[in-house]
Design a protein around this ligand. Structure first.
Ligand code: AGP
Length: 448
């Protein structure tokens, strides 16, 4: 088992560090960097089915449900198709409305979650076609789906999902782009821009994690080699990808040469605790320092707005499941409708306050989130902000700032969840918890 951890203390840490490669492998062969076109050929789901779809119903559990919530923002924004997101465990208990023009989208790492399989059965019974986003080739969910988009994250051993989540977000982004192209709701120029930005993500993630980019020369020591699934990307029984879609994602521009954090290797002893610092410090070391400061807290709040709200939920879930600290994810704007009453000087509040300066709706959201942060600090809440590198405004307002690289609004979640994973990891380690196998939890929940 130690060998499988490739020198990392825990599978979770190894899997966090495998994310650049997981994102690259989930994208590879599915997009053209020359034209911006996405190539998904669902064998039993034609372009006409996608064009004429009345809505998409996403059903999933836990972390996969959080990916689904973020996917709703991607699909609605790019493809202008209504999306509803259900807990799979609730779906069939409310006599849902589904029709033959609705497409059911099941998101599951394992493909064996009983609740998600039950939701799929309900969708099929109501006449809907189903698609799956799944990390395991040949899993139960894929056998009844009309198409599967495999996340090529490789086997995930830690009970807390990390690389499968960011791979799901990537697959959802690719699917949203594909739907937009088929439905004619995106220009060629915008497609090419987004595909180019998508191709830069593995490099940005590697830079954030202070490891070598997966495609950098001599990078084998930087990112643990992925454990490949038994089939290649995009070649499962239902979905095939056109050969001309092969692209080398050579836009992986960043190459950071420092080694990943391994057992016994300490990070540098300085962090972005200085409010005036606006550049990124080594992330794992910074999260370790935050863990030192906050690991005795009884409660945490995680706030986000828009597509960043599902990431707040995911940050709270990670902390709950591996550190056993009570944590809640909340939409930032909802605080004034109740939870503000919880704020005092002992409450750490993690706020996702990122923005895409080229996207007016993102900037507006950011400004509103700044006001929400001020409401927290005015009540002595201790704010840890996740912000974009170079943001001078935020670091003046809050106690701690974690910087991430810039990306388009819909891709930011893939970057901003990484510090939340590492924060939960380091807090759990400090509290002496069993990070890879938390109490009362199973990796795959095969009972309803
Ligand atoms: C996440 O960290 C979890 N352990 C859990 O919420 C998980 O995402 C959920 O059980 C769904 O699993 P699946 O993706 O395999 O269907």
């Amino acid at each position: 088992i130690q060998a499988e951890k490739a020198g990392y203390k825990h599978f979770m840490l190894k899997e966090i560090n495998e994310q650049p490669r997981a994102i690259r492998d989930t994208t590879l062969g599915r997009v053209s960097l020359d034209t911006g076109k996405v190539f998904l050929e669902a064998m039993q789901l034609t372009d006409d089915d996608l064009r004429n779809a009345s809505q998409i119903t996403i059903a999933a559990c836990g972390t996969s449900w959080h990916a689904g919530l973020a996917g709703k923002f991607m699909i609605e924004r790019l493809a202008r198709l209504p999306v509803e997101v259900d807990y799979a465990s609730e779906y069939r208990y409310r006599d849902p409305i589904a029709d033959p023009r609705a497409i059911g989208l099941l998101i599951t790492q394992s493909g064996e979650t009983a609740d998600t399989l039950a939701a799929q059965a309900e969708l099929i019974a109501k006449g809907s076609k189903t698609l799956a986003i799944c990390n395991v080739v040949g899993a139960a969910i894929t056998r009844k789906a009309q198409g599967t988009l495999t996340t090529n994250a490789g086997p995930e051993i830690g009970v807390a999902s990390t690389k499968a989540f960011t791979a799901q977000l990537t697959a959802l982004f690719v699917l949203a782009l594909h739907l937009a192209q088929v439905r004619g709701t995106i220009s060629d120029e915008e497609s090419l821009h987004l595909v180019t930005e998508l191709s830069k993500l593995p490099g940005k993630l590697a830079s954030l994690l202070n490891i070598n980019s997966p495609d950098a020369p001599g990078s084998s020591e930087g990112v643990a080699a992925p454990t490949r699934l038994s089939q290649n990307a995009g070649h499962n029984k239902n979905v095939s990808f056109r050969p001309e879609a092969q692209s080398d994602l050579s836009g992986l521009t960043q190459n950071v040469s420092s080694r990943p954090e391994r057992s016994g290797v300490e990070g540098p002893p300085h962090f972005a605790t200085d409010r005036r610092s606006t550049t990124r410090q080594p992330l794992s070391a910074q999260c370790e320092e935050l863990a030192r400061l906050f690991h005795t807290s009884d409660d945490f709040l995680f706030l986000g707005r828009g597509i960043h709200y599902p990431i707040a939920l995911e940050g709270a879930l990670k902390l709950k499941e591996i550190s056993y600290i009570h944590a809640e994810g909340y939409p930032a704007g909802e605080m004034k409708h109740g939870p503000n009453a919880l704020i005092d000087e002992s409450l750490p509040v993690v706020c996702i306050a990122t923005k895409d300066p080229n996207d007016p709706s993102s900037v507006l959201k950011y400004e509103k989130t700044l006001s929400n942060i001020q409401e927290v600090t005015a009540r002595s809440g201790r704010v840890i902000a996740i912000a974009i590198e170079g943001d001078t405004e935020i670091s003046q307002l809050v106690e701690q700032t974690i910087y991430i690289p810039q990306a388009p609004e819909l891709l930011l979640p893939i970057l901003e969840v990484v510090p939340l994973q590492l924060l939960a990891y380091h807090i759990a380690v400090r509290r002496g918890c069993d990070v890879d196998q938390p109490r009362n939890l199973a990796k795959s929940v095969t009972v309803e």
